[in-house]
Design a protein around this ligand. Structure first.
Ligand code: HSE
Length: 298
């Protein structure tokens, strides 16, 4: 009647795949306990780590749980405990981890009536509460693992993209908060045709490179000419961190989701550790607190 689960952090956009591409960080995430209870309804009964609302309708995990609850006609309810490690506003899918965790857990407790795409659909409602728009590029990798591509939101179609052997990510999280809604508000509503061409060439190439384990092509494809020029201004020392990562051997680097976290992709763990050191050094010289992780992408 109870399940304890790990709900992973995720990196959305991955440079050229704004709002559609993402990958899962297997070793960073939240824990949640979901419990089937007699009283009907959805109840957030415990929150630890960061301050989050207890009212289900105001809580991301609660809203996605309510969306699923409405779809199942049952005479019992669920309690949700959230042990948050992923700081809200950090750019590694904090809201997505909450939104996915509650519905995944509930589904397990009632015999898995829904598939992962259907569960993601409920989770979109929770994510929308946090970012004021419906996007699933953090939800999909949190739900499926690895790299995912959100082909469309309505109807929801998610593609699982293979990860090459030995692909690692480093993530540095400077302790400043950027609200996704604000980082979206600064983006232009229209893009030039020439930038669009560059972006979709890079995006298509990156997907091809992931399928064929072509690390050189990953390196040449990790560029973002549309979003990064605007959002990078919100992140202190962004250019230095990116340069340091690439000089230390990263295939490329970019803003994780809406920031402020910065990710890099690396071929092999040794390189990833070297890149971690290089990124660390940039922020060590500032008075900004940060944490930094290396994780294999599965
Ligand atoms: N694709 C979304 C954005 C992800 O960049 O706004 C938010 O984490």
């Amino acid at each position: 009647n109870e399940i304890r689960l790990f709900s992973p952090a995720t990196v959305a956009n991955v440079a050229c795949g704004f709002d559609v591409l993402g990958f899962c960080l297997d070793s960073v995430g939240d824990e949640m306990v979901i419990r089937k209870v007699e009283r009907k309804g959805i109840y957030i009964t415990h929150v630890e780590g960061f301050d989050l609302p207890y009212k289900a309708e105001e809580n991301v995990a609660g809203v996605s749980a309510l969306a699923m609850y409405e779809a199942i006609n049952v005479d019992f309810g669920f309690e949700i405990e959230i042990y948050k490690n992923i700081k809200p506003g950090s750019g590694i899918g904090s809201s997505a981890a909450s939104a996915v965790g509650s519905v995944f857990g509930m589904n397990e407790l009632i015999g898995r009536p829904f598939n992962k795409t259907q569960l993601t659909e409920f989770a979109i409602k929770g994510e929308a509460l946090a970012s004021k728009c419906e996007h699933a590029d953090n939800l999909a990798p949190a739900m499926f693992g690895g790299f995912t591509l959100v082909k469309s939101i309505s109807p929801l179609e998610i593609l699982e993209i293979p990860s090459p052997e030995n692909l690692y990510a480093t993530i540095i999280h400077p302790q400043i908060e950027i609200k996704t809604s604000e980082a979206r508000a600064i983006l232009p509503k229209e893009v030039s045709l020439s930038n669009a061409i560059t972006q979709w060439a890079n995006f298509g190439s990156l997907i091809h490179a992931l399928h064929t384990s072509d690390f050189g092509l990953i390196q040449r494809s990790l560029n973002d000419v549309i979003v990064e020029p605007y959002r990078s201004q919100l992140i202190p020392h962004y250019k230095e961190v990116k340069r340091a990562a690439i000089e230390a051997g990263a295939l490329g680097a970019g803003i994780s989701g809406s920031g402020p976290s910065i990710f890099s992709l690396c071929h092999g763990q040794e390189t990833a550790e070297r890149v971690k050191e290089a990124m660390r050094q940039v922020y060590s010289k500032t008075n900004i607190d940060f944490d930094i992780h290396v994780t294999k992408i599965n």
